[in-house]
Ligand binder design. Sequence first.
Ligand code: NAD
Length: 307
Amino acid sequence: FELERLGVHDSVEAVFPPSELADFLADLPATVDVVGDDEIAACDAVVTLEHREAFLECDWVHSIQAGVDRFPFDEFEANDVVLTNSTGIHDRTVGETVAGYLLSFSRRLHDLLANQRERRWERPAWDDGFTLPGKTACVVGTGTLGRGVAETLGGLGLEVWGVRRSDEPVPGFDEIYTNDWLLEAVGDADFVIVTVPLTDETHHLFDAEAFDAMRADAYFVNVARGPVVDEPALIDALESDAIAGAALDVFEEEPLPEDSPLWAMDEVIVTPHCAAYTRDYFRDVGEIVRENVSRLETGEELYNRVV
Ligand code: NAD
């Protein structure tokens, strides 16, 4: 298809100013501008955060997120709309966020910050703090996020295990388990970190059985998607001290409802789905779009094509 007009849909505003990306792409051989819902029909392609019915009239939709579970694949296929995503850019960002969660738990920073808010000079209990070298992290999903997490945590001295569908080794992981061994792998780890996409297969992958399998002194981290976790089962595990705590960036319902018990738990860190946020996010997405526009010109298969 011919690319004459590429719209940056204003839903990306939740992640970065749409005009930053439009400016970054201004030298493309097409008109690039920020578009609202009523201008979608005039675009051949859109870069977007959210889905809109009107996208089915376009030729190409690019998701600024890696996770594309919000897009109806069947309808895209039926309408000959190509869908590409932003996998491949969230390795270091999410890796460092996860490292931050772990350091917070090990050095008690979340606790100390809560005390500071109340002007309370209170040291952690003598046996609360620990260091990370020699601790084990089990990373479920060994794609971009998983590898970034493995590399960052490896740098902090943790031993890192990966859980994936095949038993092929992956750089940065000390040990690989296949999915069949999920419960054994999570059962031995100090930290369990979820980095799989949300699919029919991974929906509620972490349920009561998985939390039962975890050690009582282990921490759980979800930077993938909320519905990969059975949230009531996680809340039960936290309330009954079956696990030590959790750092959660994603939830079954977002924003996390005000009455969720997760907000107020001492050993739970809640972040608002921002594990990959940096000031460079729009540039990283822009490079993928640029690459794909040049592939369109040469007739090559688009990079990160999902549908
Ligand atoms: P990716 O495609 O690079 O990696 C996904 C990996 O998961 C692949 O290796 C794939 O083989 C594996 N996988 C898929 N189904 C599996 C299964 N059933 N069992 C085991 N492994 C399975 O994608 P990515 O960039 O690493 O992102 C992964 C997911 O993380 C995204 O789909 C998105 O939902 C989420 N994400 C969240 C944030 C955030 O801000 N919290 C940021 C980026 C991505």
